[in-house]
Design a binder for this molecule. Structure first.
Ligand code: DAH
Length: 339
């Protein structure tokens, strides 16, 4: 008899239910008027005296197990119901905030887009370079003071390994691997050992252009740059070329555009000159062509290089360069990309 009750205890302990009806059935089965426990109590009078205590205790244990089981099953059923009620499946999902393109990327992409419309293709070169690609291959003689125009971060000395100071280095890579006609654009990061201020940074971005073919003239350079200036700064923009010096171009020039802010009348942005300097350019020096195995009797070319931050400053009227590098989202969110 005792064994049978213990079996019932086990059965009650292991019982599980999916809904309230099953729990109710379980309750009636054990605790109902005709249930197991009532039946057992009615047996009680037939149990020998010395077993009565044990018998009674075991039935009570069964009764408690059943009651506890019912309470716990009811509780967990209520919990899942509550969870289901609080889960509103018709609610719209969380929105993920979209990032914005960095202003430097926007301007870089705009420059690339303008030149790609007239057939320039993008190439990239390494940021860690040797002396040849950054200086010697671009006609910088050893010990020439022009090397000091660009304060260099050296990684190793003899042979020199350094961080490129300008993207003109990619010209050399392209001339090594391609034959004219070459019509290429090289956007990239450059590094100079300069103190960081509102107007200078030790890391910035440039876009370099190189065009080599037969009969390329200074007129082609001028017209290409006029096209660029008008696409970038507006149809009314005028350009002027001032003579300058770069070892890799001869003749060399710096290009100014009419100030977009005052239309050339003079303002704070253009320091009352009406002009803004935007890039360096020139005809590729025959020495550069020759040292890169391009016949300078047959081919001529032009090159130009511009600072992306400088153009971004002119475009957005943001006059502290450091803002472009701090990645403060309150600043970055203000720029909308068309590119
Ligand atoms: N590499 C020059 C600099 O970083 C810019 C430059 C000037 C590039 C004249 C050119 C060029 O291609 O022809 O200051």
């Amino acid at each position: 008899m005792l064994e049978e009750i213990k079996k019932l205890i086990k059965e009650a302990e292991q019982f599980s239910a999916k809904n309230i009806e099953e729990i109710e059935k379980f309750r009636i089965n054990f605790l109902g008027k005709k249930g197991e426990i009532t039946k057992l109590f009615s047996e009680f009078k037939n149990v020998p005296v010395e077993q009565k205590k044990d018998f009674g205790q075991t039935i009570n244990k069964l009764k408690n197990t059943v009651i506890e089981k019912i309470t716990s099953l009811k509780n967990s059923l209520e919990d899942t119901q509550q969870q289901q009620n609080s889960l509103d499946l018709s609610m719209s999902g969380d929105t993920t905030e979209l990032g914005t393109r960095h202003p430097i990327s926007i301007v870089r992409n705009e420059i690339v887009d303008i030149f790609s419309r007239i057939g320039f293709v993008v190439s990239e070169g390494p940021e860690i370079e040797d002396d040849w690609h950054v200086f010697s291959g671009l006609n910088f003689p050893e010990e020439h003071p022009a090397r000091d125009m660009q304060d260099t971060f050296f990684i190793e000395k003899d042979p020199d390994i350094l961080l490129r100071t300008h993207t003109s280095s990619v010209q050399v890579h392209v001339m090594e691997t391609q034959k004219p006609p070459i019509r290429s654009l090289f956007p990239g990061r450059v590094f100079r050992n300069e103190a960081i201020s509102a107007r200078a940074h030790c890391i910035f971005h440039q876009v370099e252009g190189l065009y080599i073919d037969e009969n390329v003239s200074f007129t082609d350079l001028k017209q290409t740059l006029l096209y660029f200036a008008r696409e970038m700064f507006g149809k009314e923009t005028k350009i002027r070329l001032r003579p300058s010096y770069f070892p890799f171009t001869e003749p060399s020039a710096e290009m100014d555009v009419t100030c977009k802010i005052c239309g050339g009348k003079g303002c704070n942005v253009c320091k009352h000159t009406g002009w803004l300097e935007v890039l360096g350019c020139g005809m590729v020096d025959p020495n550069v062509l020759e040292s890169n195995n391009i016949d300078s009797k047959k081919y001529t070319g032009f090159a130009f290089g511009m600072g992306v931050e400088r153009l971004a400053m002119l475009k957005y009227q943001v006059n502290d360069l450091r803002l472009y590098f701090e990645n403060d989202v309150r600043f970055l969110r203000q720029f909308k990309a068309a590119y």
